[in-house]
Design a binder for this molecule. Structure first.
Ligand code: THU
Length: 135
């Protein structure tokens, strides 16, 4: 596995330390890699009104967007689960909308990496292309 992805996973692991997950106790960290090499990190942040919680993946991409970063090549996600942590449905949609297809890198507790294309995680995605056809 490329050193770039090992570095990306290391950034996600550090981000996980800042997770605010008092309700689920499930800490998640994410790190998204921009085309120009910049890395933006994020963690999950929970609300007492559970549905308002934001996942690590969305925190990371929203942080990147808020700094003007628009093009990405990969995102890495880690949790304390010994198995790989796949993204929730809401994050799949937001990531496809804001990043398009890219590598989705998962790391397990033994630091073994699994890389999938985001598109394969959300087949037949609804995107801006669907909206634009009726205009
Ligand atoms: N969570 C993430 O941050 N990313 C995922 O890919 C899966 C779920 C968070 C949301 C919530 O704070 C906790 O994990 C349990 O669902």
């Amino acid at each position: 596995m490329s050193k770039r992805y090992k570095d990306l996973v290391a950034a996600a692991i550090s981000a996980k330390e800042l997770a605010y997950a008092p309700y689920s106790k499930f800490r998640v960290g994410a790190a998204i890699l921009a085309k120009d090499g910049r890395i933006s990190t994020g963690c999950n942040i929970e609300s007492s009104s559970y549905g308002l919680t934001i996942c690590a993946e969305r925190t990371a991409i929203f942080k990147a967007y808020s700094e003007g970063i628009r093009e990405f090549t990969a995102i890495a996600v880690v949790s304390d689960d010994p198995e790989f942590t796949p993204p929730c449905g809401a994050c799949r949609q937001v990531l496809i909308d804001l990043a398009g297809d890219m590598d989705f890198v998962m790391a397990n507790a033994k630091n073994k990496l699994k890389v999938l294309r985001l598109k394969s995680l959300l087949p037949l995605a609804f995107t801006s292309k669907n909206l634009n056809r009726i205009r």
